[in-house]
Design a protein around this ligand. Structure first.
Ligand SMILES: O=C(CO)[C@H](O)[C@H](O)COP(=O)(O)O
Length: 221
């Protein structure tokens, strides 16, 4: 049983004809996008807004018509994955490095639907290191300032050089032993001058589609 596929495909039930849809990033929402491609080929009329260059490529491959952010003020729905979800529907995102575009697009969506397999569900956030997108300029300073907030930041790398986001920034993966006050923490992190955005999504998700190993689906809302 492929739980990511199950969760990803289930979420298309929220998509209706005529909708503008935020297309998330990652290996779970991959299955949503593949399914939407099938539905588009069968006549579903939607427009997508990708949250990353990878997702844009996939959506084009699937024949999903795209629309640019400058042409719209609001999206009907965004479907996306997550790295951790807690029972209050708070999330850690950004494992795939797309957190800034994901958060921006989610912030102008009427609904944010999250698709995960059950391994992502935790009682308290923080087991997964929190991705923080930062400017390359002054990254060492920003890293020290983040440490003061109680974490161990690690510069994300790819093939031994700093990983660059689609926006040309770096990611610091910040290990907190646990995150008890996500709202306070997100505000404190985003106050730092070198921080562009962090991967805590609080008060944003409306529904979380959780696929279990045995094939059952739970809906957290
Ligand atoms: O936030 C993300 C990308 O920035 C992803 O949605 C998150 O990392 C989950 O990915 P996956 O479904 O591959 O486990």
């Amino acid at each position: 049983m492929n739980s990511k596929k199950l969760a990803g495909e289930k979420a298309v039930q929220y998509v209706k004809d005529g909708m503008i849809i935020g297309l998330g990033t990652g290996s779970t929402v991959y299955w949503t996008i593949k399914k939407l491609g099938e539905l588009v080929r069968d006549g579903l009329d939607i427009r997508g807004i990708p949250t990353s260059k990878n997702t844009e490529e996939l959506a084009i491959e699937e024949g999903i018509p795209l629309i640019s952010l400058s042409e719209i003020g609001q999206l009907d729905i965004t479907i996306d994955g997550a790295d951790e979800v807690n029972p209050d529907l708070q999330l850690i995102k950004g494992g795939g490095g797309a957190l800034l575009r994901e958060k921006l697009i989610a912030s102008i969506s009427k609904r944010l639907v999250i698709v995960v397999d059950e391994s992502k569900c935790v009682s308290r956030l923080g087991r997964f290191p929190l991705p923080v997108e930062v400017t390359p300029f002054g990254v060492e300073i920003t890293s020290k300032q983040l440490q003061v907030l109680g974490c161990t930041p690690k510069l994300r790398t790819k093939k031994d050089i700093p990983y660059k986001t689609d926006n040309g920034n770096y990611i610091l993966d910040c290990s907190f032993s646990s995150i008890s006050e996500p709202i306070e923490l997100t505000n404190k992190i985003n106050m730092l001058p070198g921080v562009v955005e962090n991967g805590l999504f609080v008060n944003m998700a409306e529904i979380i589609v959780v696929a279990k190993k045995d094939g059952h689906i739970d809906y957290l809302q």
